[in-house]
Design a protein around this ligand. Structure first.
Ligand code: FAD
Length: 298
C-alpha cells in the first residue's frame, strides 16, 4: 500500500523543527529512521498531513562522553552506529550487547535510538535497557528543555511522556559504577523477530560482596517495559546466591508481571520465559560484577 498524501518538510535545525511542530500541531509527524512510521503510514494507520524529516537536522547524531563519565547519544544516532561505536561498548556495554537483538541489520542501518524510544513499542529492547540503567531522555519543546527519567517516559501502550510540540533530542546514560555488572537476554522465534520475552538486568555489589542494587527490566510482558520490583527485593541487601537468583526469577515470572497471550506465546509460556531469563540474566550480571555467587541463602 501507499501512504495517504502528505506535505514534506526537511528542516536543518532543532529550532526550525520546533517552529514547524508549533505551526502544524497534531497534524504533523516527525520522521527519524522511518522503520516504524513509514509502514504505519503505508497501512494508513497513521495519516499525518505533514511529515517533518529529522534527517538533515544538525547536532542530533553525536555520541559523546558525558561530563560525569556517562554517555550522551543524540536522538538521530542510527542503531547500527551505536552498535559499532567503541565509546558505547566502553561506557555502556549493556547497550552494545543488546543492539544486535533489535530487528535486523538493514533496519538498524536506518532506525534511530530516539525513534525507537519515542515509538515506545512494549516489545522493544532499548526501552528496557534504559529502565535497567536508570537513563533519561532530554526533550525540547515550546517551553524549553526538560529531562525525563526512563521510569516516567514510558507511560503505556506505545505511549510516552512526550507532549505536543516536543522533540526528543538526546539520551543520557549514567556512568558505570564500581562493582556493577549487566546482562541482556531474550527469546524470540528467529533472531531479529520481536522477543516473546526479554530481560535487561543491572546489578551492583558493595565491597563486602552484598547486592547493593538490582534493576531488572522486562519487555514483551505488558503494555510497556517494566521493572520487576519484587524480584529485586529478593536480592538487595543479600549476598548473591543461586537460591536468591532462583527466588528472583520466580518472583519476576509469577508476581511482577501480568502478561497477555498472543499468537506467539501463551501467558504460561511468557511467565516461564521470564522466570528462566531473569535467573540467567542475573547470574551473568553478578558474574560480570565480580560477585562470588554462593549456593544457598545468605
Ligand atoms: C521488520 C521489523 C522488525 C523490527 N524488529 C524490532 C525489534 O525486534 N526490536 C525493536 O526494538 N524494534 C524493532 N523494529 C523497529 C525498529 O527498531 C525501528 O527503528 C524503531 O522502532 C523506530 O525507529 P525509527 O528511527 O525508524 O523511527 P520512525 O519510524 O521514524 O519513528 C517512530 C515514531 O517515533 C517518532 N519519533 C521519531 N524520532 C523522534 C524524536 N526524535 N522525537 C520525538 N518523536 C520521534 C515518530 O514521529 C514516530 O511516531 C522493527 C522494525 C521492523 C520494520
Amino acid at each position: 500500500m501507499k501512504p495517504a498524501p502528505f506535505e514534506y518538510r526537511r528542516p536543518d535545525t532543532v529550532e526550525e523543527v520546533l517552529h514547524l511542530l508549533a505551526e502544524y500541531g497534531d497534524e504533523a509527524k516527525l520522521l527519524a529512521g522511518g522503520q516504524s512510521l513509514i509502514p504505519t503510514m503505508n497501512f494508513r494507520l497513521a495519516q499525518p498531513a505533514v511529515l517533518i524529516d529529522l534527517n538533515a537536522v544538525k547536532g542530533l547524531d553525536s555520541v559523546d562522553e558525558a561530563d560525569d563519565g556517562g554517555l550522551r547519544l543524540g536522538a538521530m544516532v542510527r542503531q547500527a552506529a551505536a552498535e559499532r561505536s567503541a565509546l558505547v561498548a566502553e561506557k555502556v556495554p549493556l547497550l552494545a550487547e543488546t543492539l544486535p537483538f533489535v530487528a535486523h541489520a538493514q533496519i538498524r542501518n536506518r532506525g534511530t535510538i530516539g525513534g525507537n524510544l519515542a515509538h515506545a513499542d512494549p516489545r522493544s529492547e532499548l526501552p528496557a535497557v534504559m529502565l535497567a540503567l536508570g537513563a533519561s531522555v532530554r526533550v525540547r519543546g515550546p517551553d524549553g528543555e526538560r529531562s525525563i527519567g526512563a521510569g516516567d517516559f514510558f507511560t503505556g501502550f506505545f505511549g510516552t511522556a512526550l507532549e505536543e510540540g516536543e522533540l526528543l533530542t538526546e539520551v543520557v546514560l549514567p556512568p558505570a559504577v564500581e562493582g556493577g555488572g549487566q546482562a541482556f537476554l531474550e527469546v524470540s522465534r528467529r533472531l531479529g523477530d520481536y522477543a516473546m520475552v526479554g530481560v535487561a538486568a543491572s546489578v551492583v555489589c558493595d565491597p563486602a560482596g552484598r547486592c547493593h542494587r538490582a534493576s531488572i527490566a522486562l519487555l514483551s510482558v505488558g503494555s510497556r517495559p517494566m521493572l520487576a520490583e519484587q524480584a529485586s527485593a529478593c536480592l538487595v541487601g543479600e549476598r548473591p546466591s543461586s537460591a536468591a537468583v532462583l527466588a528472583a526469577g520466580h518472583a519476576a515470572g509469577n508476581k511482577d508481571i501480568d502478561p497477555q497471550a498472543d499468537m506467539h506465546a501463551s501467558v504460561a509460556y511468557r511467565r516461564h520465559l521470564a522466570t528462566v531469563l531473569v535467573r540467567r540474566a542475573l547470574t551473568a550480571a553478578f558474574e560480570r560484577a565480580g560477585c562470588v555467587m554462593g549456593e544457598g541463602a545468605s
